[in-house]
Design a protein around this ligand. Structure first.
Ligand SMILES: C[S@@+](CC[C@H](N)C(=O)[O-])C[C@H]1O[C@@H](n2cnc3c(N)ncnc32)[C@H](O)[C@@H]1O
Length: 253
């Protein structure tokens, strides 16, 4: 008798769970050098406001009080740089990402911007972190969780490495809930983004995957339940830009 294999989505395709990470890695390997430019083009610059809202929620101390933030799937360091700029001299950010190409771009940017003392870039899988229990004051993940094959593992790991009293914050694309805007968003996502992606990065499929993965991601209330199941308390979420993105929050109490 053959054993049933676990499956998941990769864009529109159903693939073995064990294949998803490799496929995701190819996507980010291919777009790494143009990743930040594409974010601006695709979101019309809005990703900056969404990330700023995330950093406001992180609320790093303005003083030199030590504050350790772990930014999971932190890619080229965009959230990390914003957090360091918002915080005081005690703010330190560890960017953990599975993709070395994204991390290399991040290291170069950190040096250019003078943030290399406060931000460190480490390769790692959000599903199996190597950090000790209770080692961070805050854990963030921005536009990363939908790429992780076993979301529940990543949430459990975020919970484990947070100190008691620490906060988990997740920024992710969501489902547009304003009548009219939903149709426009669908058209933009499926007709415009893959074309712009192809023009800028030469990789249309990567952007096709990115927009399709947004559609497959659980709706905010369902994702909030997953966060609760991982052990977080006082779980809440707010949507922004008519539901284009959702910011989820949970506390380790
Ligand atoms: C859309 S990018 C987001 C980057 C960054 N957080 C930002 O908002 O600009 C998604 C990132 O998730 C990373 N990623 C995918 N699977 C991962 C995993 N299992 N563990 C850690 N990072 C992962 C990718 O390498 C990529 O850098």
């Amino acid at each position: 008798m053959t054993k049933a294999r676990e499956e998941t989505h990769f864009g529109e395709r159903t693939v073995p769970l064990s294949d998803k990470q490799g496929l995701v890695d190819e996507v980010f390997h291919s777009v790494a050098r143009r990743y930040d430019l594409m974010n601006d083009l695709m979101s019309g610059g809005l990703h900056r406001a969404w990330k700023d809202a995330l950093v406001v929620a992180v609320n790093p101390p303005r003083s030199d009080k030590p504050f350790a933030l772990l930014d999971l799937a932190g890619g080229t360091g965009d959230v990390a740089f914003r957090a360091v700029e918002a915080g005081g001299a005690g703010t330190r950010v560890t960017v953990c990402d599975i993709n070395n190409e994204m991390l290399s771009v991040g290291r170069e940017l950190a040096q250019e911007r003078g943030h290399d003392g406060a931000v460190t870039f480490e390769q790692g899988n959000a599903e199996e972190l190597t950090y000790p229990d209770r080692s961070f004051d805050c854990v963030t993940i921005a536009f990363g969780i939908r790429n992780v094959p076993r979301i529940n593992w990543a949430l459990a790991e975020a919970f484990r490495v947070l100190r008691v009293g620490g906060r988990f914050l997740c920024l992710e694309f969501s489902s547009v809930d304003l009548p009219g805007l939903d149709k426009l968003y669908e058209l933009y996502s499926f007709q415009v983004i893959p074309r712009v992606g192809e023009a800028v990065t030469g990789d249309r499929e990567a952007y096709q995957y990115l927009v399709e993965s947004i559609r497959k991601f659980p709706k905010p209330p369902a994702f909030a339940k997953m966060i609760e199941t991982a052990g977080f308390r006082r779980v809440s979420f707010k949507t922004m830009t008519g539901g284009v993105v959702a910011l989820h929050s949970g506390w380790k109490l």
